[in-house]
Every structure is written in structure tokens, then in C-alpha cells.
Design a protein around this ligand. Structure first.
Ligand code: KDG
Length: 332
């Protein structure tokens, strides 16, 4: 069963596994947490919503379970204006779930309940079902999470890239290395060929080093250059508080991060960054502007709980970027 019969012509196609995230409401080790808030999450869903809020037409391709969580995802994505005609409701498998504690110090524990999920059963068939949408699309966005989920999910990403290539649709690939899903060796083997086929690769220095097969450096520039030399069109290195750098051929363009006082929830900021960057590129903006929008979207998400809650509209993004230019105090 697929949702919505007559999709509007999509400009961006996003493929991946939407999830429900249960986030601890207080700061404590997971064993002591008794209440959670429920959020729609998943890196690709976050990017889809980010693009939709910035005014772009997005078609989402994936699977959710025929359960209340799946329905919550469908409703949320549809409510955000994302075309869910490529989101299949699986009658047998459950919607993927993650549980995350919150800690003031140190990394937060994340538990996945996604092995055998509806989303991980994604396959090339779901991509073929929306093949008609590719000739009208401008962009395909995929991540390195989906190929880790299953053989069929990996094949779905490859099929989407094949269809994009055949239809002159540009491709972005966010590495999103998830060490809870696989080893660095497995990730490198599967993700490197995908990164080298992409027009635009996003990743932090550590992720890019794994995919490029080089030693990690603090700025990630060497790994980015290796990927560009290998065939990737451009690489945007997400450097956290140091900002971001775009590497294209021999050129590099840098942009400072927007400082946020009082980070509420860092998760989802990387996806917001991608959405801001892609929205600007789709609008025909220069790289400097794309990096500014990317950093602005990331800052907006850092200051709000939940992966996609803080994703800005165009007006909100304009205010964040203008505030950053006026001085950090205006961002509080
Ligand atoms: O980027 C945010 C994601 O990490 C989160 O929404 C969950 O997709 C997710 C994942 O696989 O960790």
C-alpha cells in the first residue's frame, strides 16, 4: 500500500528509513529514565522536512510499519508538505525505533530497535515504483545509513543513483557513519563507491577519512581531496564548531559556524546542515551562501529539542543568518 495517489512533480527525491525517536525527557543514564518524548526522526526524513520547510518539493521513498508509529511518520511528513506517495506501509514489519538518553556530560547512549524493521526491508522495488518521478526531479539525496540496513536497502540506494544518473538528476550523499550498524571496514567497502558517484558528498572529518581510506585529520580536507580526486564532484566537510569547508577540484571555500549559546539537542544538526546547503544550491546560490544557509539551519536545530523540530522556514533562516552577522547575542 502506498500513500497519496497523485504526487506533485518532485524536485528532490529522498530515500531512507524514517524512524520514531523516544528521547529521554530528563538528563540521566538510560537505566534511570522513566519518561520519554516521541519524535519523528531518521536522517533522511530530517533532510526531507528541512527542504520542505525551505519551500522545495520533496518526494520521500521508504517503508514504515502498519502501526501507530508508522502512521505518525506518514502524518508528520505529509503535514510538512513532503510527498509521501513513495512511502510504503509494510503490513508485516514494524516501524524502526530509536531510544536516546540525555546527558549533560559525555556522549548519550542510543539504542536502535530497527533490525528487521519495515524501513530496513526497503528495496529497489520501492525506487522503481517512483521511477516516473526521476525525469522531473532535480536532485536525489541519500545517506550512508540506508546501505547499512540490509542488502536490499543497499540495492535501493544503488538503484536510485542509477536512475538519477540516467535522468541527469544530481546526487548528494551524506556519509552519516553509524558505528552501531557496522564496522568501519564494512562501511568503507560499501560507501566508498557510492561517495565517488555522488555530485556532492557531506561528512565530518572522521567519516570522510573512513570512506576515503585515509588517516583522519582534524579538518578533514585531505580525505575530501582524495574523494574528489576519485570522482566525487565536491565534498562539504562538516567541521562542527569550526564551521564547514567545500572542496571542489583544487578550490576550497570555508564558512564559520554560527555560535549557539545553550545547545539543547545536537542530534539532527547535520541533517539540517544538508537541507540548508541543498536548498541554496537548488535556488542557484553561490557556495558561500549555501554554506551560510547550511550553518544557519544547523544552528536553528541545535537550539531546539528533537531532530527536526527546529528546522527553519525561509523567514526563520533569514533571521538566524542575519542575527549571526549582527553578533552572537541576537541568536539567544
Ligand atoms: O542524524 C540524525 C539521525 O541520527 C537520527 O534521526 C536517527 O537516522 C538516524 C540514525 O540512523 O541514527
Amino acid at each position: 500500500m502506498s500513500m497519496d495517489r497523485e504526487p506533485a512533480a518532485p524536485r528532490v527525491i529522498v530515500v531512507g528509513e524514517p524512524l520514531i525517536a523516544l528521547l529521554a525527557t530528563g538528563s540521566a543514564p538510560l537505566a534511570d529514565v522513566e519518561s520519554f518524548s516521541r519524535h519523528v526522526a531518521g536522517a533522511e526524513a530530517n533532510v526531507a522536512v528541512g527542504l520542505a520547510r525551505l519551500g522545495h518539493a520533496v518526494l520521500f521513498v521508504g517503508r514504515v510499519g502498519d502501526d501507530g508509529f508508522g502512521l505518525a511518520i506518514v502524518r508528520r511528513l505529509r503535514g510538512e508538505g513532503v510527498d509521501v506517495s513513495g512511502l510504503v506501509v509494510d503490513p508485516e514489519r514494524r516501524t524502526g525505533l530509536l531510544v536516546r538518553e540525555r546527558r549533560v556530560l559525555g556522549p548519550s547512549e542510543v539504542l536502535y530497535h530497527r533490525a528487521g524493521s519495515a524501513g530496513s526491508a526497503l528495496g529497489p522495488g520501492e525506487v522503481d515504483a517512483v521511477a516516473d518521478g526521476f525525469p522531473d526531479a532535480d536532485w536525489l539525496h541519500v545517506t550512508g545509513i540506508t546501505p547499512a540496513l540490509s542488502e536490499t536497502a543497499h540495492a535501493a540506494v544503488v538503484r536510485a543513483m542509477d536512475l538519477a544518473r540516467a535522468n541527469d538528476v544530481r546526487i548528494s550523499f551524506d556519509v552519516n557513519l553509524r558505528r552501531r550498524l557496522w564496522s568501519d571496514e564494512q562501511a568503507a567497502e560499501r560507501l566508498q563507491p557510492l561517495a565517488l558517484r555522488a555530485d556532492l558528498v557531506f561528512g565530518d572529518p572522521d567519516e570522510l577519512a573512513v570512506v576515503a581510506g585515509v588517516e583522519a585529520t582534524a579538518d578533514g580536507l585531505e580525505a575530501a581531496r582524495v574523494l574528489v580526486a576519485g570522482g566525487a564532484g565536491s565534498v562539504v566537510v562538516k567541521q562542527g564548531q569550526a564551521g564547514a569547508t567545500l572542496i571542489t577540484g583544487n578550490e576550497s571555500v570555508g564558512s564559520a559556524a554560527i555560535p549557539v549559546s545553550g545547545i539543547v539537542d545536537p542530534v539532527g544538526a547535520g541533517d539540517a546542515f544538508c537541507a540548508g546547503y541543498l536548498a541554496a544550491v537548488l535556488d542557484g546560490k553561490e557556495s558561500e551562501t549555501a554554506l551560510r544557509w547550511a550553518n544557519g539551519c544547523a544552528a536553528a536545530v541545535l537550539s531546539v529539542e528533537g531532530d527536526l523540530t527546529g528546522l527553519p522556514t525561509r523567514e526563520e533562516l533569514a533571521r538566524v543568518v542575519a542575527g549571526a552577522e549582527a553578533g552572537p547575542d541576537t541568536l539567544r
